[in-house]
Design a protein around this ligand. Structure first.
Ligand code: TYM
Length: 377
């Protein structure tokens, strides 16, 4: 059993997520809007079905999603942009917004610009070399491809290798953003290196890349977890000054780690399931996960468990139980004490293990197709 941690104050930045995340408070703090049932239905109408991440409020907040839909419905092209900081192997939390991005790409026939910030991860992480972050770009791209995106409509950018696509516009962005904005938006300190200070200009650029390449203004939507929002606050401030639309966003909640509280994070490998974990390793992590169960089987049978704090239940909820009816059944079985944590974990371990076997097969196949997904000049 992973040791429970003391409660911490909520911190959500692109580089740090700590404490119990209160998503309603984040909507207020960040000045975003909740995704309404009407918006969910508008998206579902174009897709032909409502994705479980919409139905369950996993994508819970947005900026200008209604405007992006208006643009599409008015006959304008609708673009997508998301990305990854390649600092190590991909975990299940990263896959969450990518599965949803695939849903959006199919529903809207959208071009997707996908940024691999091998520069960000190099300047930010003292332990990583540039060769390592750059190599992870192409390893992580296999995960993205395994999700099932369309090679004709997906353009993967390595910041390091494809800087020629980004630099001119990054300079235009950088000239219009002050150091004091960056310091306060990202919580920087005097000891941060200057690479970190400039980097947000680079992450802003793919918001505009489709517009630049197609020489017309394209409405772009960014599906990602809410930790990336500070970048878009900065980008939205300068977009129109550069002659582009402000990018719209959809924000996801975090897939929790397998410990008590907190998001799944590569910095805590024992509580994260990586797509490259051998299935038996992932099974072991799941069997050691924090649950909402009672200390003994006897108490569990008498009092029942608490799925709302249980990492195992969260995995079913976020990724591994599509059927809402079955999810309610699981919740009831847990609360009534009919289901014991050990059995529930073993069940999830089997599901995740099967998922990994299949995903790893697709991931290996992606090696031969990688070239088709990389941005062309
Ligand atoms: P990175 O590599 O930290 O995260 C990649 C994507 O995964 C999301 N994410 C999660 N989603 C759900 N549950 C979690 N536990 C979880 N952990 C991470 C992130 O929100 C992100 O969508 N700087 C970025 C790379 C980037 C980017 C972008 C991301 C460049 N351009 C545009 C999103 C959109 C980064 O380091 O992401």
């Amino acid at each position: 059993m992973t040791e429970p941690k003391e409660p911490q104050e909520m911190v959500v930045t692109p580089w740090k997520v700590e404490g119990e995340v209160d998503y309603d408070r984040l909507i207020e703090q960040f000045g975003t809007k909740p995704i309404t049932q009407e918006l969910r239905e508008r998206l579902a109408k174009h897709a032909g079905y409502m994705h479980s991440q919409l139905r369950r409020g996993i994508f819970f907040s947005h900026r200008d999603l209604d405007w992006w839909l208006d643009a599409y419905e008015g006959g304008e092209p609708a673009g997508l942009y998301t990305g990854r900081g390649p600092s190590g192997p991909v975990h299940l939390g990263h896959l969450l917004p990518w599965f949803f991005t695939k849903y959006l790409q199919e529903a809207f026939g959208a071009e997707l610009y996908f940024q691999m910030t091998d520069d960000e991860k190099f300047v930010y992480n003292p332990e990583l070399t540039l060769e390592e972050t750059n190599a992870y770009t192409y390893e992580n791209a296999l995960d993205l491809i395994a999700v099932g995106l369309d090679p004709d409509k997906t353009h993967i950018i390595s910041d390091v290798d494809n800087i020629d696509h980004l630099y001119r516009t990054a300079l235009q962005v950088a000239k219009r953003v002050t150091y004091s904005t960056i310091r306060s938006v990202f919580g920087l300190t005097d000891s941060d290196n200057i690479g970190i200070i400039f980097f947000p200009a680079i992450q802003a650029v793919p918001c505009f890349l489709q517009s630049i390449r197609e020489d017309r203004k394209v409405a772009v939507l960014i599906p990602a977890a809410i930790d990336q929002d500070p970048y878009w606050r900065m980008t939205r401030d300068i977009a129109e000054k550069l002659g582009f639309y402000k990018p719209a966003q959809m924000h996801a909640k975090f897939l929790p780690g397998l410990g008590k509280g907190g998001k799944m994070s590569a910095s805590m490998p024992e509580t994260a399931v990586f797509t490259t974990d051998p299935p038996e390793v992932a099974e072991k992590k799941i069997m050691e996960a924090f649950t909402g169960g009672q200390p003994t089987v006897r108490e569990q049978k008498e009092k029942g468990g608490n799925p709302s704090i249980c990492s195992i239940y969260a995995y079913y909820y976020f990724l591994f139980e599509e059927d809402d009816g079955k999810l309610v059944e699981l919740e009831n079985e847990c609360r009534s004490g009919a289901l014991i944590c050990g059995d529930c974990k073993a069940r999830l371990a089997r599901v995740v293990s099967r998922f990994l076997v299949d995903f790893q097969r697709k991931r290996e196949k992606a090696r031969d197709r990688l070239e088709n997904f990389l941005i062309k000049s």
